[in-house]
Design a protein around this ligand. Structure first.
Ligand code: IVH
Length: 679
């Protein structure tokens, strides 16, 4: 006989663990640290091991199951899993046409009110039928041919977001349908792990999710973090189905199922068009891939009146967006030389329309990437471009790794200056050893120096730098300050007025800050934040230039690699000379005595802020500078650790996320108030 207190404890642990799993996986709002969760988990595991009769099907310990399956058992769907008609017109007209069809089929006249629709995202994963009996997950099946799918219960149980027991529902049968997918960040993390282990990387989140679900070894499936969104219903017995689709989704959410927040209810064609536009704008910032959106007539009664044509409901349609992946030919590979001499292979593609623009180049971070993907010049490759992201080659169709023989090799000399190209010991990048002798490096160094976050020399862009370097007019950074109106105006397509503007900009840039100057020098490993930390710590340039590696290591966040890089930089006489010449040219800033220097009040010390949207008067850079000067940190994404989100016009998903997590949201005035608050 088990002590009733043990039974009670096991039940309490199950409930607590299920609650915390829901907070963590579905709501993204954990209430306890991971270690605490693990402790509870292990306690339950131990109880179940000692008393196997305590083990229940909904026990959180049942999520990972060790045994490898011999194959998948076919499952006949009680209610067939249908697909929906796809509207191929990717413009707003697609939405208008669907509404017109619905109205025609419902015999609605012009004066009848608009039809109400539930609008949601079309998740790019694979459809899944989850069968709950008396609230317990008993089976998960793929769509298959719509009539018969495969039993993948074991693998689906490893998905933390899918409740093993529904909250507050004891219906004999409730089949929930939805999409299993992989978030982009989880996909990238997986590929990073693959890379680190020298294993093949995956092509895209959808294929990876589909592959994981059909893994015969659930332990392998569990290695890929999958997610789920509920969007539909299968067989139902003993549950009163809500009168609207939106009502059903709300009911799902209340049962603990993940339902996407971007769902909404709209009226008529105008509402659909507005949703299509809004999601189109935020598509690239979503944490997962979608290939379109779905419109569904909201009322169940109207859905029933509309019925089906050739196994597709008349009441729903998928409205696509332009594809973010396309096939094209890899015509060749060129080498670009960066500021630090890094040679980067750039793929030259047969121009292809993808993600809304024509793409003819894609970066390949290094030559090994090609090898890993089994790509050769002349191959048909998959090109992906999502939003502002630089186009990339994600792989090729049916890559055969075994027989791969590369037909591209990195050059042994710099294609620009002919100096030797070398690979660092243990590194993967090839670098031109020409340093500032190499015109490509000189150009990049100048552009970096003139950049907005460095010396901010307006007008000194690509074209001008090309002319200055190629014409041998400016040989080094200090040379920039010797430029006069006459010399500049003599350049091709340069009006006297523009020449004067550049001279003025150069003059203006002379008054700067130590941090900007340091950042502008382009020392390897020294980004903007490190430059600021160095300036704050040392206060004066000479102190920094004379610092030993040990002294450099005392600076916040500076590790051995960074310290070494800074030390090496200032140990080179020609670098010191450049610095001296720049000072001689009149570059100046205020110096202090470093860490002990007077810093102003730092009301945002230890606070993390996220900026989103357009603020009425401050640019993003200005806001960032002000926050950092006040001791705060600016992060690119919202999490539980974010203290404030500063939102302006057209704030997107970051604002939604802040609201979801209950993070304080302020406008520009609110930010200014924070900055003035002398805490
Ligand atoms: S509803 C009867 N809603 O797209 C309606 N499907 O052909 C059944 N999908 O196989 C589907 N997101 O895998 C629906 N919000 C969504 C969806 C969605 C993705 C997939 C699903 C289905 C295919 C439709």
């Amino acid at each position: 006989m088990i002590d009733p207190r043990t039974t009670e404890r096991a039940a309490a642990l199950r409930e607590q663990l299920n609650h915390h799993a829901h907070q963590y996986y579905v709501l993204d709002a954990p209430e306890i640290p991971d270690a605490e969760y693990d402790k509870l988990f292990q306690e339950l595991q131990a109880l179940e091991a000692a008393h196997p009769e305590l083990l229940t099907a909904d026990s959180p310990t049942q999520r990972v199951i060790g045994q490898v399956l011999p194959g998948f058992t076919p499952v006949r769907h009680t209610v067939p899993m249908l697909s929906i008609r796809t509207e191929t017109d990717t413009t707003a007209n697609g939405a208008v046409a669907f509404d017109a069809r619905v109205r025609r089929e419902l015999a609605l006249g012009e004066n009848d009110p608009p039809v109400e629709y539930a609008a949601e995202l079309k998740f790019d994963g694979l459809a899944m039928n989850l069968r709950y009996e008396l609230g317990l997950l008993v089976q998960a099946a793929t769509r298959g041919d719509g009539e018969t799918g495969e039993d993948v219960t074991q693998n689906i149980r490893t998905i933390g977001q899918i409740p093993l027991r529904l909250k507050g529902i004891g219906a004999p049968v409730l089949e929930v349908r939805g999409e299993v997918y992989m978030r982009r960040d989880d996909f990238e993390a997986l590929n990073e792990r693959q890379l680190a282990a020298n294993e093949k990387t995956f092509v895209n989140p959808r294929n990876t999710a589909a592959g994981a679900v059909r893994q015969l070894d659930p332990a392998q499936a569990a290695r890929k973090k999958l997610s789920f969104f509920a969007y539909g219903l299968g067989d139902v017995q003993g549950w009163e189905i809500p009168a609207t689709h939106a009502g059903m989704l709300d009911a799902f959410a209340a049962m603990g199922l993940p339902v996407d927040h971007d769902r909404t209810v709209v009226q008529g064609a105008d509402g659909l068009v507005a949703f299509h536009k809004a999601i189109g704008e935020k598509r690239d910032s979503l944490p997962f891939d979608i290939d379109g959106i779905v419109y569904k007539v909201n009322s169940r009664e109207l859905q029933q009146r509309l019925g089906f044509v050739s196994r597709e409901p008349r009441w729903a349609v998928a409205h696509k967006y332009p594809a973010q992946e396309q096939l094209t030919r890899l015509n060749g590979i060129e080498i670009q030389v960066g500021r630090t001499g890094k040679l980067t292979p750039v793929a030259k593609l047969e121009p292809v329309f993808v993600g809304g623009t024509t793409v003819s180049n894609a970066t390949l971070h290094n030559v090994f990437e090609l090898r890993r993907k089994g790509v050769r010049i002349g191959d048909t490759v998959i090109v992906r471009r999502a939003g502002d992201v630089i186009p990339e080659i994600v792989g090729k169709v049916a890559a055969e790794k075994a027989s791969y023989v590369p037909n591209f090799h990195m050059p042994r000399t710099c294609p620009i200056c002919g100096s030797k190209a070398e690979r660092e010991k243990g590194g993967i990048d090839y670098r031109c050893t020409g340093g500032l002798f190499c015109p490509a490096q000189r150009k990049q160094a100048m552009l970096h120096f003139a950049g907005r976050r460095a010396l901010d020399i307006e007008g000194l862009g690509d074209k001008l730098v090309d002319q200055l370097v190629d014409g041998g007019i400016v040989l080094s950074l200090p040379g920039l300050y010797k430029l006069g109106v006459t010399k500049l105006a003599a350049l091709d397509r340069m009006a006297e007025k523009s020449a004067q503007n550049i001279v003025d900009a150069l003059e203006k840039s002379k008054k700067t800050t130590l941090a900007r100057f340091l950042y502008g020098l382009g020392i390897r490993q020294v980004g903007e934040t490190t430059a600021k930390d160095l300036a704050r710590h040392f206060g004066a340039l000479d102190k920094l230039m004379q610092a030993s590696v040990e002294e450099l290591l005392e600076v916040k966040d500076v590790g051995p690699i960074v310290a070494e890089s800074i030390h090496t930089f200032f140990a080179q006489p020609h670098n010191v000379e450049v610095v001296e010449q720049l000072r001689a040219a009149g570059l100046h800033w205020e110096e202090g005595d470093g860490a002990n220097a007077n810093v102003g009040p730092r009301p945002l010390l230890g606070k993390t802020l996220v900026l989103t949207g357009t603020l009425p008067t401050l640019s993003r850079d200005e806001a960032k500078d002000m926050i950092e000067a006040a001791g705060g940190k600016v992060s690119g994404s919202v999490s539980k650790k974010t203290h404030y989100v500063i939102a302006g016009e057209e704030a997107g998903s970051k604002l939604d996320k802040a609201r979801e997590l209950g993070v304080a949201v302020l406008d520009e005035a609110g930010l200014r108030a924070l900055l003035e608050h002398d805490a």
